[in-house]
Design a protein around this ligand. Structure first.
Ligand code: ADQ
Length: 489
């Protein structure tokens, strides 16, 4: 369609995610400072051609007063963001409760909470009610801003109820839903008390996407086994209505990483790191400090490697950068102390007066510092127990144009399906296997390193975040057109 000035109109895209890509800090009654995150999803969506995208989501802060809400809405509008205001109680029940305490561990095969069965069952229902209420609040904001022809792309496990809310409002709305975590085997999903309602809500979407073919297959089996619906090669069919289900593996903005390596400040940082670790091979782990990332297992494997390879003890260092998340949750606090304890023990055991084998940082690094670290790394260790995709493995490869370092990658990360031929795949639960892979990686001949790196580099630089977003949006448009043709026949 054309606009009045004759130029083709861009398609409007409403991206709905739990969190807006901003951090908002209140400066006064009606003033806010906003810091836009330049990370993955944002650059993916900026790169989609002929699309005019806006974000809808929670800004991550409680704003109880109208003056503050109005001021934040106005400030966010300049960044093409639209806020959903959630109060503290809803955040507690919906976000900390149902999303992070129930769906996150379950989708990563860690099971449902078991501490106190009765209490969990009781709070389960109120958390699920809050989840549905919060999803409806997101839907209300989408509906206020929706215009005919818009594409609405819902993201992640926080918003599984949203497709249904949106279709209830307007059955012609083009709705896509993408899951960033794994979708577990139907045997795991079956244990969830609200299993059917969630599946039915997701099926209201026109297109449902996952990182890997396996997750898509698990979702279709859950629909056939739990709901008794028919799975077809295209997706799931319910009384003549097809919901298309497919794999759309995400990527990164690899050019952004390559460009960063050319910045003078990053080059200076690279040289400093090289000097700091002269004579030692650098191994790197970069993770959010989360149970799913397998950080204790990784460090124990490194200890085993040091135990069995004394000649390497003063020739290798492991840098583990772990951003704390969900710091108010006791399980995460326990994980932090567990990691500190293991690191302390290993440094005490193998350290010398001048060097320690593990540098562990509990914090986030800025983008340039991260790129410099990736660039000087000889071996990256990604040992997630489960991970939807894992972008750290992609970022490491993108920064290794010169060095051609080795990637040790968990077979339970979605990335194993795309980078498996170049990486050394490991079972992160098998500490001996990971320790052996570390030894193999450190001793790997240059031609093998080069060959493995070439494979991964080609993948990471050609399957970018922009391609991912563009493919999903165009597939969603096609799916809706095909469905319209089918109903006319
Ligand atoms: P995450 O679980 O957050 O994402 P991941 O894909 O690895 O996992 O992305 C983490 C991002 O945070 C990366 O861009 C990384 O650079 C950054 N990061 C991590 N630790 C950092 C640190 N210490 N300092 C600075 N930056 C740090 C979820 C799913 C993944 C899926 C993504 C995208 O769990 O499986 O790949 O969404 O769909």
């Amino acid at each position: 369609c054309g606009a009045a000035d004759g130029k083709p109109m861009k398609q409007r895209l409403l991206v709905v995610a739990n969190r807006l890509p901003v951090s908002a800090v209140r400066l006064g009654e009606d003033s806010w400072s906003l810091d836009i995150s330049a990370g993955g999803l944002v650059s993916a969506l900026l790169g989609v051609r002929d699309v005019d995208a806006k974000w809808i989501g929670w800004a991550g802060v409680n704003v109880p007063d109208e003056v503050g809400q109005r001021a934040l809405t106005k400030a966010l509008a300049e960044k093409r963001c639209i806020p959903v205001f959630l109060d503290e109680e809803i955040v507690h029940q919906y976000y900390n409760g149902y999303c992070n305490n129930i769906l996150w561990p379950l989708f990563h095969y860690l099971g449902l909470p078991q501490e106190d069965r009765l209490a969990t069952t009781r709070s389960f229902q109120s958390q699920f009610d809050a989840y549905k209420k919060a999803n409806q609040m997101f839907a209300d904001v989408v509906n206020q801003h929706y215009e005919d022809g818009d594409v609405v792309w819902c993201h992640d496990y926080h918003l599984m109820f949203l497709p249904k809310c949106l279709k209830d409002f307007d059955s012609k709305m083009k709705v896509g839903w993408f899951l960033h975590t794994p979708f577990p085997s139907s045997e795991i999903h079956r244990t969830l008390p609200s299993r059917s309602e969630l599946l039915r809500s997701v099926l209201a979407a026109d297109l449902v996407g996952f990182h890997t073919y396996d997750y898509a297959r698990h979702f279709v089996s859950a629909c056939t086994r739990i709901l008794g619906l028919e799975g077809t090669p295209e997706g799931v069919e319910d009384q003549g209505k097809l919901t298309r289900v497919a794999a759309f593996p995400i990527g990164i903005d690899s050019e952004r990483f390559k460009r960063a390596l050319e910045f003078p400040a990053v080059k200076v940082h690279i040289n400093e790191l090289k000097q700091r670790f002269t004579g030692r091979k650098v191994m790197l782990g970069v993770d959010r400090l989360d149970m799913i990332k397998g950080i204790p297992q990784k460090i124990l494997a490194f200890e085993k490697f040091l135990e069995e390879n004394p000649a390497w003890r003063d020739k290798v260092v492991l840098l583990q950068i772990a951003v704390p998340t969900r710091t108010d949750v006791p399980e995460y606090q326990k994980l932090t102390s567990q990691v500190h304890e293991i690191v302390g023990r290993i440094n005490g055991r193998f350290g010398t007066l001048t060097a320690v084998p593990i540098h562990h940082l509990d914090r986030s690094l800025d983008f340039h510092a991260l790129c410099a670290l990736y660039a000087v790394t000889d071996v990256a260790l990604v040992t997630s127990l489960r991970d939807g995709m894992n972008l750290v493995s992609y970022e490491f490869v993108a920064c290794q144009g010169a060095k051609k370092g080795v990637l040790i990658l968990s077979e339970f990360a979605g990335a194993a399906q795309s980078l498996g031929a170049g990486a050394l795949l490991v079972n992160p639960w098998n500490i001996t296997e990971v320790a052996n892979s570390i030894a193999y990686a450190l001793n790997m001949p240059a031609d093998e390193r080069e060959k493995r790196h070439r494979h991964n580099y080609a993948h990471v630089t050609t399957h970018t975040a922009q391609d991912w977003a563009e493919t999903f949006v165009s597939e969603l448009n096609d799916t809706v057109v095909e469905a319209q043709l089918r109903t006319r026949q």
